[in-house]
Design a protein around this ligand. Structure first.
Ligand SMILES: [Zn+2]
Length: 144
């Protein structure tokens, strides 16, 4: 289902037709924000992670136990070839132009940028802006 001009519930958010209505609602809220980013930079934005069930979330590397992904409140995005400059520009744009709960940028141990985590404003989370390195041991290291 098309949510906005460039974002689709199936293609981008991987929602099946049997997904609950609230997840479509959340996907729509994210899509509207991602569309703003897409229109500003005029490049495709790839959603790499949206909703994770708490069970699934437990089993994945780097995921916080109470990740906002488990409530549909967060998306992770990246761009073609993980273009470093572009990811940094998008991170800055989000910082200035979006209302968010969490805004994280993830770096790999070799220094390449991986993805940006953007959440909707959530209870107890407001404008938390962090840089993390995805450590080789599966843990996140906070970067000043
Ligand atoms: Zn995330």
């Amino acid at each position: 289902m098309e949510l906005t001009k460039n974002f689709d519930s199936v293609i981008d958010f991987k929602l099946g037709a049997d997904a609950p209505q609230w997840l479509f609602d959340m996907a729509y809220l994210h899509a509207v924000r991602l569309q703003r980013i897409r229109d500003h930079f005029k490049v495709p934005i790839k959603v790499t992670s949206f909703y994770r069930s708490p069970e699934y979330n437990q089993g994945i590397k780097y995921a916080a136990k109470r990740s906002l992904h488990t409530r549909g409140l967060a998306v992770d995005i990246t761009v073609k070839d993980k273009d470093r400059d572009l990811l940094l520009f998008i991170f800055d744009y989000c910082k200035k132009s979006l209302d968010y709960g969490e805004l994280f940028i993830y770096e790999l141990p070799d220094g390449t940028l991986d993805s940006i985590h953007i959440s909707l404003p959530a209870l107890n989370n407001y404008k938390e802006t962090l840089r993390y390195i995805k450590g080789a041991d599966g843990k996140l290291i906070r970067k000043p």
